[in-house]
Design a protein around this ligand. Structure first.
Ligand SMILES: Nc1nc2c(ncn2[C@@H]2O[C@H](COP(=O)(O)OP(=O)(O)O)[C@@H](O)[C@H]2O)c(=O)[nH]1
Ligand SMILES: [Mg+2]
Length: 223
């Protein structure tokens, strides 16, 4: 019985996610669902991205958090439309919450939407939000074993970002080991190493975004 209830919840979520995806594609909005542990640097990566691309692309951000509006306040400084979702304790965003935000955004004037999910490597992966692509973010201070321990995110991610490379000299993070474990789970996913602090490697992130956005636009309607 319990299993059935969980399945129904997930099915209902998938239906709303499919509607979100159709709406976003119809308006040509490229949507990224950013997933990581708390503190890996999701908000900081978004800040760097807004600094670099905020004038070039029409962007909006949806920020999920358990409580507080702090991330939305940080991002709001960049003058892009920002919608905050407080999940009031829930460990992930769900498609119906995103649907409500989409109703508040002017989609016809939007090109790229970032969703900062609630900080958690487990729950957010199970809930499709209607995004074009999931990005899995880790930082070197978390250890190099996260792909092996939380494989589902790395299996489903279209891009893996390793942040805080400026701290590599101080921590036991083997880039080779991490890359090998990601490749064992998802051989094709790009792994981008960068530092939001120094800016090193951010160009690869911007290029990846650009490339994926172009690919999404080239997709035939309805595909
Ligand atoms: N040293 C270093 N610190 C970083 C870097 N990126 C983010 N941080 C810091 O990590 C902390 C958590 O970042 P935040 O963006 O709030 O993480 P979030 O919880 O994933 O949104 C903050 O104190 C950031 O300043 C980085 O590349 N290097
Ligand atoms: Mg954050």
């Amino acid at each position: 019985m319990e299993i059935k209830i969980v399945r129904n919840v997930l099915r209902a979520n998938d239906e709303v996610a499919a509607r979100n995806r159709a709406l976003l594609r119809q308006h040509g909005v490229f949507t990224v669902n950013l997933i990581s542990s708390p503190g890996s640097g999701k908000t900081t990566l978004l800040e760097r991205t807004l600094e670099a691309l905020g004038e070039k692309w029409r962007l909006a951000i949806i920020v999920g958090d358990l409580a507080t509006t702090r991330d939305a306040e940080r991002i709001g400084r960049y003058g892009v439309p920002t919608v905050q979702i407080n999940t009031e304790g829930a460990c992930h965003l769900e498609a119906h919450l995103v649907a409500r935000c989409l109703a508040d955004l002017d989609l016809s004037h939007l090109e790229v939407l970032f969703i900062e999910n609630v900080g958690n490597l487990v729950c957010p992966v199970g809930y499709d939000l209607g995004e074009e692509v999931k990005v899995g973010l880790v930082s070197v201070t978390e250890g190099d074993d996260k792909a092996a321990k939380y494989p589902r995110l790395f299996r489903e991610a279209g891009c893996v970002v390793v942040n805080k490379t400026d701290l590599l000299p101080y921590v036991d993070f083997s880039r080779e080991r991490f890359r090998a474990e990601v490749a064992a789970i998802n051989a094709r996913v790009p792994v981008l190493e960068l530092s939001c602090r120094t800016g090193e490697g951010l160009d690869q992130w911007f290029s990846w975004l650009q490339q994926r956005r172009e690919q999404a636009h080239q997709r035939p309607a309805g595909a």
